[in-house]
Design a protein around this ligand. Structure first.
Ligand code: ADP
Ligand code: AMP
Length: 216
């Protein structure tokens, strides 16, 4: 199964992606995670991405497209993959279509996780991530059992540099200006399903699984 998760920052893409990837046994590809890993490792790519990410802006299309192209050509993606946070612009979506066409594969579904703008800032600012395994928590909506410690691996939780109110607000504006047109793009291709992202995390997951199972 080849899937895309769409939705504004804080919609719950990463949270759902982890469960979907396990359920359908496909790799979870998060371009944000790839950039954060490269920043941590101090690579050239990380240096290039950091200045954009710190400002809440998008990393240039050509940089992101190359990374995703390389990644989905890897062997573990032969049976499918789940893209989280990519594409984020129409040119990225067009490039993905071209790459997948050349590979002779097609997209099964685009899931749009819909959440009202007014709760996105609260979600993103309260987000905490495990340094060890990248599991995602929320200080209020999905807290770990022990504050600051990951339930899954015991690692320390941290707050992303770009999860402050000012940067999140910019990221939401960037989403509205640059990513929102993708909804129409995938609607026109008859690939889009909208999921109510304001329900409990487990119910959002249940709705997504129901949609994907009915696809098969
Ligand atoms: P995204 O990847 O779309 O930016 P995340 O999956 O990281 O979003 O979720 C953003 C924050 O909101 C996290 O702190 C997460 O724990 C929390 N969250 C995710 N889904 C829900 C939900 N359905 N209800 C309440 N909080 C949620
Ligand atoms: P995310 O982890 O999806 O919230 O992404 C964090 C940041 O990484 C974004 O605010 C962008 O700066 C950058 N980023 C991630 N994915 C993309 C993408 N597809 N295109 C451009 N920038 C991206």
């Amino acid at each position: 199964m080849r899937l895309i998760l769409l939705g504004p920052p804080g919609a719950g893409k990463g949270t759902q992606a982890t469960s979907i990837a396990t359920e359908f046994n496909i790799p979870h590809i998060s371009t944000g995670d790839i950039f954060r890993y490269n920043i941590k490792e101090g690579t050239e790519l990380g240096k290039k991405a950091k200045s954009f990410m710190d400002q809440g802006l998008l990393v240039p299309d050509e940089v992101v497209v190359e990374i995703v192209e390389d990644r989905i050509k890897q062997e573990d993606c032969e049976k499918g993959f789940l893209l989280d946070g990519f594409p984020r612009t129409v040119p990225q979506a067009v490039a993905l279509d071209e790459v997948m066409n050349k590979m002779g594969v097609s997209l099964d579904k685009v899931i749009n996780i819909q959440v009202d703008k007014n709760i996105l800032v609260e979600r993103a600012v309260g987000r905490r991530i495990c340094k060890g395994c990248s599991a995602t928590y929320h200080i209020q909506f999905n807290p770990s059992a022990t504050e600051g410690i990951c339930d899954k691996c015991g690692g320390n939780l941290y707050q992303r540099d770009d999860d402050n109110e000012a940067t999140v607000t910019t990221r939401i504006d960037v989403y509205l200006n640059e990513t929102l047109p993708l909804i129409e793009y995938y609607e026109n291709k008859d690939k889009l399903t909208v999921i109510d992202g304001q329900q409990h995390i487990d119910k959002v997951f249940e709705d997504i699984v129901n949609v994907l199972r009915s696809e098969k």
